[in-house]
Design a protein around this ligand. Structure first.
Ligand code: ADP
Ligand code: MG
Length: 480
């Protein structure tokens, strides 16, 4: 560009920007370019600065931090008259929340960004009409006090506690994932309950479905401004089961907007999902990258000790006297999902009442559980020996090899699968399975089952193989 820039000519800003983009494009991968740079639009040339509009202030600050310097260098090489680039959020102004925010490089803050800072530091407005708005959806029973900490949830718990003490300052967003019934909702609710009592923080908990429904309502009623306002001066937004907004583009866009607004104002967002952000299906990539911006923590299914502690705690809450052996028996038989564990306890309490039992023992519990399993799974019971026979036939190896300890690859996988299936199908305890497999320790059995589950979740071929073995069994079972 040889001609001097005409600072009043919008065409010049366009041309300059396109040239600069070409320049930086070669320095990043295509996906990053498409995600962050392509959506930007030059809007003006002012005081030797190119003003560029970003879809929202989050993008504006991201581009400024990651590529600001390079873009300025590119612009200057094209025309030395341009000394700065200022990224401005379009969204925020459009929603009427604030005047556009500039994100100049730190050294130039005083010149162009003074008021942005002032806006951020604005004290929280307390609007009493908003605070009385119905429905924060918090269940007072889901507290930190009632949440049992185990190895499976230690990090998630610590992060949750930390943000509930000072929302918006530590990890934002906090993203908690894990399979069903491991305590995600409980933990999120605990954050809400705690934050609310601590400092009268304004909190809303919603399932992603509720979020979706409210948003659709607002579209139908042409009332999206009110919908946005609802989130405007929240201190803490908790959205549960975010996987359900996958594929719902309008809702994702709205959520993106809500998220950015809250994030910009240092308000805390907590999200939960049944899988990590990267594995969320049909979710816009910009949303995925938002979710990863803060802290991502998982909750695993609780181990035996934790399950015992949880069940004892639940019994205490229900004022039901639970002997240690009975708690152990329940926790040992009902694995993984805490909700099923609670279901078993509820049934036990109901039956104790029904049979007028003031004290429940292990035999009674086993009886009740037997029923529960039969009703729940309705699957024919097989024993360890039968499974060993099947697996050895399937893989054409000897039963003694299956039970043995040889670490040969052709034996290890069938052995692991046989142990896993014994655990899944027989209802035998860990020590019993260990016994059945040549006197292995019960922790070895537990470890093996976890390993198989882990491998199944990561390796689809392996998963299919286990399923094939299982199908073969089922075929045999039906033939018998
Ligand atoms: P998720 O949202 O992960 O599906 P929930 O939070 O609904 O699971 O948990 C299911 C039930 O298990 C709830 O009643 C909850 O109180 C209980 N629960 C799960 N984990 C724990 C824990 N660590 N301590 C106490 N209760 C728990
Ligand atoms: Mg839940």
């Amino acid at each position: 560009m040889e001609k001097p820039l005409d600072f009043n000519n919008p065409l010049h800003s366009d041309a300059l920007w396109l040239e600069a983009l070409n320049f930086v494009k070669g320095r990043m991968d295509q996906a990053t370019f498409n995600l962050w740079l392509e959506p930007l639009k030059p809007s003006a040339l002012q005081d030797n600065a190119l003003v560029v509009e970003a879809p929202d202030s989050f993008s504006a600050s991201w581009v400024q931090n990651h590529y600001g310097a390079e873009i300025v260098a590119a612009l200057q090489s094209l025309n030395p008259a341009v000394s700065r680039v200022v990224f401005v959020a379009k969204d925020v102004s459009a929603a009427g929340l604030a005047t556009p925010k500039a994100y100049p490089p730190p050294a130039e803050k005083a010149e162009t960004g003074g008021n942005a800072k002032a806006e951020r530091r604005e004290p929280r407005r307390v609007d009493s009409t908003r605070r009385t708005r119905p429905g924060n959806n918090l269940n007072p029973l889901y507290t930190f006090d009632n949440f049992i900490i185990g190895e499976n949830n230690r990090l998630a718990h610590a992060a949750a506690l930390s943000i509930s003490q000072s929302p918006g300052t530590a990890y934002n967003p906090l993203f908690i994932y894990g399979q069903v019934g491991v305590g995600k909702t409980h933990l999120m609710q605990a954050v809400g309950n705690f934050a609310k009592t601590q400092a009268d923080f304004h909190v809303v908990y919603l399932s992603s479905e509720q979020f979706l429904n409210e948003f659709i309502d607002s579209l139908l009623n042409k009332n999206t401004a009110a919908f946005r306002n609802r989130f405007r001066d929240l201190d803490l937004l908790l959205i549960d089961d975010i996987q359900f907004i996958g594929g719902k583009e309008e809702t994702q866009r709205e959520f993106f907007h809500t998220f950015n607004t809250l994030h910009d104002y240092h308000k805390q967002v907590v999200l939960s999902s049944d899988r990590p952000p990267k594995e969320l299906k049909n979710l816009e990539r910009r949303l995925v990258s938002r979710f990863e911006w803060g802290l991502v923590v998982d909750i695993q299914p609780p181990d035996l000790e934790t399950r015992i502690a949880i069940i004892e705690n639940k019994a205490r809450l229900k004022n039901f006297p639970l002997a240690k052996e009975v708690a152990f028996c329940l926790a040992e038989k009902v694995e993984g999902n805490v909700r099923s564990l609670e279901g078993a306890l509820t049934k036990l309490i109901a039956c104790a009442g029904l049979y007028n039992k003031s004290e429940v023992d292990v035999a009674f519990t086993e009886n009740i559980l037997k029923d529960l399993f039969q009703n729940e799974n309705n699957k024919p019971k097989v024993d360890i020996a039968t499974i060993q026979e099947w697996v050895s036939r399937y893989y054409n190896i000897k039963i003694s090899e299956l039970k043995g300890d040889r670490r040969q690859q052709s034996l290890v996988a069938p052995r692991q699968i046989a142990i896993y299936l014994s655990r899944k199908l027989t209802g035998a305890s860990l020590p019993q399975i260990g016994e059945g497999f040549g006197g292995k320790n019960h922790t070895t059995i537990l470890y093996t089952c976890r390993k198989v589950e882990d491998k199944m979740s990561k390796d689809v071929n392996f998963k299919e193989e286990v399923e094939r073995v299982l199908l073969k069994f089922k075929g045999d079972l039906n033939d018998n």
